[in-house]
Design a protein around this ligand. Structure first.
Ligand code: URP
Ligand code: ZN
Ligand code: ZN
Length: 460
């Protein structure tokens, strides 16, 4: 048995000082004091917060996104996640057009099993890019295979469904008691504005946010929520980035709509649209922030931070979708034709989410709230609760021992994400994952992996 002794345990009932025992992949004890027996290992974690392992419910690992393969595989991505305190990811398996959900799920299992092992646990959502007569039946089979959440897009021509198809998908989600995650941007508006912005001669990364205005997000959020209301389905608005979108969520909740969940990401809580003007040595550093939705105005950042503090946000995930600047993002450079729409969309964050959130909300969010947003909340929305997302006897021994007194600096040179930059280069982090356990095995210590790879598929 392994005993984590003397920490502040972050439990659903509140904070309590005490010991936590891990045994056989489970939490075996939680008490003011647990007396070690012969052979038991004791870790002194006084001064630390002991969290149920953090859960990142929005990642794109080892994925073809229509433009390129993401830079992080399941092997590197789950290792980086664990180094930062995340013990479980829920990744978007994607059934591209012409591919069945069963085929996509089998392929995602193969990918996750193809490397040298996963450090953190992983589950899958199923992203649906077309609707046919047997889609509902395919979704039912996904549910049986432990995939209890789905995703559709309202933008990206190769992925998006029409409103009628989205409605049918929502009706199936309701019948399966599942949840639908939706990428909310008005795709027609984005396509037209991309054309107009390029026509005006704005070809660099600064064109990206001009082509994806806040209104395009708010329109799609509002439309989705009305469709969900008609269907009576539960929905998760992923990567919410704007105050206008938040107002649409508030309106739905104010009219009594149930099952409206909101996710946002560290980038929308800490970075704003001025980053697109960063320039850098080659004038192209803004490409680092080409993700959809784009970074927004400072007023949006303030509004979303307020929503986090007021409890309107259910989870903070990363949308980790990493591409290297060299060889990938640089595809939109002037010497290669100069077109911001050629820059692969997405950025890294799987490793740094807990530190960025804990640091920038220090003094505003305590350990209970950090737990709610990054472990308990996603566990409840995505069917991982009560097995995960809580410290309790019998729950999985996925644990993050967090040292709030640690000080360190985020840098691409020292990160474990398999990508050549981080949006938080030079960020002074307050607090760090000191010890991280997956299934009771120590997988990371002070931000460095131990080499253990106990990560497994988690059916939900
Ligand atoms: O730009 C992003 N976020 N790429 C990943 C796919 C998505 O839209 O979530
Ligand atoms: Zn998206
Ligand atoms: Zn995403």
């Amino acid at each position: 048995m392994r005993i984590l002794a003397g920490g502040t345990l972050v439990t659903p009932e509140g904070l309590r000082r005490g010991d936590l025992a891990l045994d056989g992949g489970r939490i075996a004890g939680l008490a003011a004091h647990i007396e070690p027996g012969p052979g038991d290992e004791v870790e002194d974690v006084r001064g630390c917060w002991v969290f149920p392992g953090f859960i990142d419910a929005h990642t794109h690992l080892q994925c073809w996104t229509g433009m390129d393969w993401t830079a992080d595989s399941f092997e590197t991505g789950t290792r980086a996640a664990a180094c930062g305190g995340t013990t479980c990811v829920v990744d978007y398996a994607t059934a591209d057009r012409g591919v069945t959900m069963d085929e996509a799920l089998a392929e995602w299992h193969r990918r996750a099993e193809s490397g040298a092992g996963c450090t953190a646990n992983y589950g899958f959502h199923m992203a649906i890019s077309e609707w046919g007569d047997d889609s509902a039946e395919q979704m039912r089979r996904m549910r049986e295979a432990g995939v209890s959440s789905f995703k559709t897009y309202l933008a990206y021509d190769h992925l998006r469904l029409t409103d009628a198809e989205t409605l049918r998908c929502l009706e199936t989600v309701r019948d399966l008691d599942a949840v639908l995650c939706v990428h909310c941007e008005n795709g027609d508006v984005v396509n037209e504005l991309q054309r107009q912005v390029l026509e005006r001669g704005v070809t660099g990364p600064e064109g990206h946010p001009l082509s994806r205005p806040a209104e395009a997000e708010a329109d799609a959020v509002s439309r989705l929520l009305y469709l969900a209301q008609i269907a009576g389905a539960r929905v998760n608005v992923v990567h919410l980035s704007t105050e206008l979108g938040l107002l649409a969520v508030r309106a739905a909740r104010a009219r009594g709509q149930r099952g409206v969940f909101v996710e946002t990401c560290p980038q929308y809580l800490t970075l704003d649209e001025t980053r697109y003007l960063e320039g850098g040595e080659d004038g192209f550093a803004g490409a680092k922030y080409v993700m959809s939705p784009p970074l927004r105005a400072a007023s949006d950042v303030r509004a979303l931070r307020g929503a986090v503090l007021s409890g309107e946000v259910d989870s903070i995930a990363t949308d980790h979708c990493s591409f290297n600047l060299a060889g990938q993002k640089e595809r939109g450079k002037p010497e290669l034709g100069g077109d911001f729409t050629k820059i692969p969309n997405g950025g890294p964050g799987i490793e740094h989410r807990p530190a960025v959130v804990a640091t920038t909300f220090a003094g505003e969010l305590g350990p209970r709230e950090l737990c709610r947003l990054m472990s308990e909340g996603p566990a409840r929305v995505f069917g991982l609760w009560p097995e995960r997302g809580r410290l309790a006897v019998g729950a999985a021994a996925d644990v993050c021992v967090w040292d709030p007194s640690a000080r360190w600096v985020i840098s691409a040179a020292t990160q474990h994400q398999n990508v050549d930059y981080t949006p938080w280069e030079g960020f002074e982090a307050h607090g760090r994952a000191h010890l991280v356990y997956v299934g009771g095995e120590l997988v990371a210590r002070d931000g460095e992996p131990t080499g253990a790879t106990p990560g497994q598929y988690v059916a939900r």
